[in-house]
Design a protein around this ligand. Sequence first.
Ligand code: SF4
Length: 398
Amino acid sequence: MPGIGLGDLDDPQARFGSPLASLASPGRRTPVKYLSEFRDPDVARRLLGEIEASVTQRHVIMEVCGGQTHSIIRNGIDLLLPDAVELVHGPGCPVCVTPLDTIDRALAIASRPDVIFCSFGDMLRVPGSDKDLFTVKSEGGDVRVVYSPLDAFTIARNNPDKQVVFFGIGFETTAPANAMAVYQAKKHGVENFSMLVSHVLVPPAIEAILSSPANRVQAFLAAGHVCSVMGYEEYEPLVDRWNVPIVITGFEPADVLDGIRHTVAQLEDGRSEVENAYPRAVRREGNPAARQMLEDVFEVVDRNWRGIGTIPQSGWELSEKYADFDAAVRFTVTDINTQESEICRAGEVLQGTLKPNECEAFGTQCTPRTPLGATMVSSEGACAAYFTYGRFKELVDS
Ligand code: SF4
């Protein structure tokens, strides 16, 4: 199989035979309209050939983002790679790592008759200690699915006699829109709007994984959408301190394979650098306007990650300037008594030490209809990916 060469791969036009180079140019407003090129089987085969040709030893690579996990499992990328290259799945599923006490707090607030509780759809089926938001809705709670926090802001404006709460979870990717909603509420004096915030940050999670005595991960695929907001300067100290390659990677099959190709090349060469394999969306400095908004609205705090524990300086909450819009302060919830499933091993899944189909409950006691953990219901959860794409252990091993 002919290789396409490192130089060619770094040139989008040469790589895909289409004028994609303009997309990588900062300041150009060319729309992204070449999605199919990044799903081209021939390109994928050539990238796989490059990876196969370069591997001489075993490598363990973690894809941080749940969106990348789904792309990998959906397209069978992990099964196509050489045996020496193992992919393990990381903690980058925001729904999965939202702490149980925050879910229970959300359930208590959503149950109040004076509240309209707004959330993205995949939070509704996440199990709390004894129910989920769907159950609250079926019991009469006004729980609404929205596609943007600004929709919740509009609902607040249109319902001044109600308290409207948005469940603001997620990584750096979703945070700018959440910050904008709070900023708008303050600017326009929409006092019946508030946000229950549980934001988490990628770099401290990578640091926590690397610090664990059980760590096997030698390199990371970093999430392109996070870096499109934050840039990748903050990964550089991690690379220096831990000597691990971090490659910023997109989500389509060719993006993921190209990220793996860059990562394997670094590991084979004994290099550890931050590399941007997603230049059509990511610049080193990220999105300065979004970062400025985040800095204004949020402040960095220690955050408890469901199944993992507290990671220092790994989350955002509303800054003092916007504290009046903090639903956790506005609504007193006192009787939270969290109870995790004793069977669920999502914490191990999220840290890459267990594959979902190695959990004894996978596909038996735990299914998307009867989830024991958030990783089985989130659209970015690794257990959901394995279930959706039929990765039952006996089938994969046979
Ligand atoms: S399969 Fe279910 S029980 Fe097992 S780790 Fe995943 S969510 Fe938890």
